[in-house]
Design a protein around this ligand. Structure first.
Ligand code: CA
Length: 226
């Protein structure tokens, strides 16, 4: 496998160094740019597999950098922002960002988001088949098999199951699930996740198969073989 290149555009040296060290340890090749123009030049000079972009930058601000990066290529962009306002997230999305992380964040969380973006990109450039227990999910055809049995899923059921299958044996909070499957405005009172988990379980367990989507009381859900 070739080394994947990540471009970090971040003006705070401590954060940039922290990210660079962590990502190099994970085997990535990392370029750091401390402002918008340098970042755009680095992106033009060398193709990168992913860009981590701070929103508050000197020179050209992060939203404008995102817009220009997106105009030039389809490189995945993860925005780092100290602001938690929904409006900023929406503006960032309109400018072509693929995901967000609000500072302060755990490095592991950033790493997980990076891997999702890199896998998503790989998936869109070819087919990827996810397997867990007796489940086989063909992400190109969006087809599920439970053992040999072909199971029809609605679009949201598919998105929810794909999220679980990309994060097996990991507790997914309701907020994360809502964020990834339904969007960014978390309606905390909604029971839509419970409803869809119930639909999925009915389909996955229709022939008496063992349960794989488990409720973790007070935390969320986990895809796990008992
Ligand atoms: Ca900054």
């Amino acid at each position: 496998m070739t080394t994947q290149r990540i471009l970090i555009i971040e003006d705070e040296p401590e954060i940039a160094n922290y990210l660079r060290r962590g990502l190099v340890l994970e085997g990535f090749q990392v370029t750091v740019a401390a402002d918008g123009p340098t970042g755009l030049a680095a992106a033009r000079e060398t193709p990168h597999d992913l860009v981590i972009l701070d929103l508050m930058l000197p020179g050209i601000d992060g939203l404008e950098v995102a817009r220009r990066l997106r105009a030039a290529s389809d490189v995945p962009i993860i925005i780092l922002t100290a602001r938690d306002a929904v409006a900023d997230r929406v503006r960032g999305l309109e400018n072509g960002a693929d995901d967000y992380l609000v500072k302060p964040f755990a490095f592991e969380e950033l790493l997980a988001r990076i891997r999702v973006q890199l896998r998503r990109r790989q998936a869109s450039s070819g087919s990827e088949v996810l397997r867990f227990g007796n489940l086989t999910l063909d992400t190109a055809a969006r087809e599920l098999r439970v053992g040999e049995r072909r199971v029809e899923l609605t679009a949201k059921e598919y998105d929810l199951l794909e999220l679980f299958m990309r994060h097996p044996n990991q507790v997914l909070t309701r907020e994360v699930i809502y964020d990834r499957v339904w969007g960014y405005d978390f309606g905390g009172e909604s029971n839509i996740i419970e409803v869809y988990v119930r639909y999925l379980r009915q389909k996955l367990e229709a022939h008496g198969e063992p349960r794989v989507i488990h409720t973790v009381r007070g935390a969320g859900y986990i895809l796990r073989e008992e």
